[in-house]
Ligand binder design. Sequence first.
Ligand code: ADP
Length: 286
Amino acid sequence: MNASSAPRAAGDLADAPPLIRLRQIGKRYGSGATAFEALRGVSLDVAAGDFVAIMGPSGSGKSTALNLLGCLDTPTSGEYLFRDVHVERLSRDERAMLRRRELGFVFQGFNLLARTTAQENVELPLLYRGERPAARHAAALQALADVGLDRWADHTPAELSGGQQQRVAIARAIATRPTVLLADEPTGNLDSARSVEIMALLRGLNETRGITILMVTHEPEMALWARRIVHFVDGRIASDRRLGDEERVRWAPGQTAAAQGDGSVDAPTGTDTDAPKAPAPTGSPA
Ligand code: ADP
């Protein structure tokens, strides 16, 4: 159920059996004259341990594809197999179960609960899973340590910089030990230095823990952290290319630690563009 801990070399993946298979996926929104085909016959295999950047112009179907892959929506036609299970035949509850067991999500806007500490945010998916408090606390603190933020466990999002908030969101996504991480523009709200930290973190999760990553991005330099780039155009896959080692951003295990440090690089007292937001008014909705 959990991700393999074995690091994978890029060359291994071509021969590995696919974890995910999309077969001629179609997705139509609406009906009749206003119907719109957002996906038009998408076929894609993803092996366990791959790191796929999904690119393409606005409206090309990237988010629709990520929503389907994340079991948040169902296709209109075609097949989606996850570990040989037909996802398109599952009930809503079965899909939710698959999501909780196997998938983690990271979003552009971090999506943290505002008046809730980093630790409580990270514990949420474990709570939904029915984990006991002691196990939840331990797993959340471990996940926060994994992203270099264990010392920030008691802080609320307003007390954290954008880069730190995204790291909390990544901790929340990995606390359940997912097989696959789905990331929708994870660096879209961050400056370039913070973006590199987030990409180094994702790369580390992929390379050292074997977590499969599917990441939508419109930034070519972020896509070069992945192993493979899939381009969508008009609801179809226009190209699917595995990156050579010389093209990929160089990364070594030590780099994650160096880039993240203990939070000091990304401290909320900084004067850079990534400074934290002012504390939310107490009356504002979470
Ligand atoms: P991308 O992520 O590449 O920008 P999307 O997958 O969000 O593209 O959207 C693909 C197309 O489907 C767009 O033209 C969009 O307007 C349309 N679309 C997306 N979601 C819906 C929806 N819920 N209802 C109707 N049309 C939608």
